[in-house]
Design a protein around this ligand. Structure first.
Ligand code: ATP
Ligand code: MG
Length: 292
């Protein structure tokens, strides 16, 4: 059963507007307000083109022209108590901030690994860039640990991306995102390209890791039933606006916005106690062999 979050905020987005300055400018995100709490899984739902990825990029300051942030404030509330104005960070500060405090698994990420680098090299590059004091053994230990956590055999460190299945590549991308123990992970359609069984395994893994490591997750997908299973709260986006934001349970029982009602109605499979499966159905038996 999901309840309203009581943890303090880790990220606050206020009045965010993002415009693509093309011939006929597109306001892809309009006056968005969003608070992400420590350790919560916040689902971001909405149909293709509603602005989910644009919002995620802006939060990371990864947006590029023609995208422009027309208004808004984005504040990261660090564990140390310090508040960071993300939109005011200098490039150097921003590079240090990304991956370290807030990381992102990109839409289509399983094809984003460098094809000519082994998994080991790609993990080590990120560690060396952000943790220059780390020695070789520490780098190896951390790389092995992070792979194990996402269910990939550490022997895979020597593999090249083309030697891995889609599910494994996606797990490696999640491992990369977790590598520096960020306080927020934004996952943009992390499992959409995978078959249902692999998708479920990975989702369980994410929920379990969140429980263990207590990072907050923004989980983006157009798959509302899936979000109802894994999210604490869900934000529904329509044409650039967040039209509803509530706990998964309230949203399921009593959606207020007609668009949310329509979205829920468009999934006839939605019935019974969603949420029970992934939350409590975590396989307790030891995993043998490698995931697909
Ligand atoms: N480079 C661009 N130039 C102009 N318009 C763009 C650009 N990128 C995105 N848009 C527009 O911004 C809007 C939001 O796009 P965005 O990619 O954020 O949607 P999304 O919700 O992530 O969609 P999907 O579910 O398909 O990934 C869309 O109308 C899209 O056409
Ligand atoms: Mg998108």
């Amino acid at each position: 059963m999901t309840t309203a979050p009581t943890a303090p905020p880790v990220l606050t987005v206020e009045d965010l507007t993002v415009v693509y300055e093309v011939d006929e400018p597109v306001t892809a995100v309009r006056n968005a307000d969003l608070t992400l709490h420590r350790g919560e899984i916040l689902g971001l739902a909405g149909e293709s083109g509603c602005g989910k990825t644009t919002l995620a990029y802006a939060v990371n300051r990864l947006h590029r022209p023609p995208a422009r942030i027309a208004s808004g404030r984005i504040t990261f509330h660090d564990r140390s108590g310090e508040d960071v104005d993300i939109l005011a960070l200098e490039d150097r500060e921003l590079r240090a901030f990304r991956w370290d405090k807030l990381s992102m698994v990109f839409q289509g990420a399983m094809n984003a690994l460098n094809p000519v680098g082994t998994v080991r090299a790609q993990l080590a590059d990120t560690l060396r860039a952000h943790r220059p004091q780390m020695g070789r053994k520490e780098i190896r230990d951390r790389s092995e640990d992070v792979l194990r956590r996402v269910g990939v055999d550490p022997r895979r460190l020597g593999s090249y991306p083309h030697e891995l299945s889609g599910g494994m590549r996606q797990r490696v991308m999640i491992a990369m995102a977790m590598l520096l123990e960020p306080q927020i992970m934004i996952m943009d359609e992390p499992t959409t390209a995978l078959d249902v069984v692999v998708q479920r395994d990975i989702l369980r893994e994410i929920v379990r890791l969140r429980d263990e490591l207590d990072f907050a997750v923004v989980f983006i997908t157009h798959d509302l039933p899936l979000l109802l299973e894994i999210s604490d709260r869900i934000a529904v986006m329509l044409d650039g606006e967040i039209v509803e934001l509530d706990t998964a349970a309230s949203l399921y029982r009593d959606a207020k916005h007609p668009y949310t009602q329509k979205l829920l109605g468009s999934f006839p499979s939605l019935s019974g106690d969603r949420g029970a499966f992934i939350r409590t159905g975590v396989d307790q038996t030891t995993q043998t062999g490698e995931p697909a």
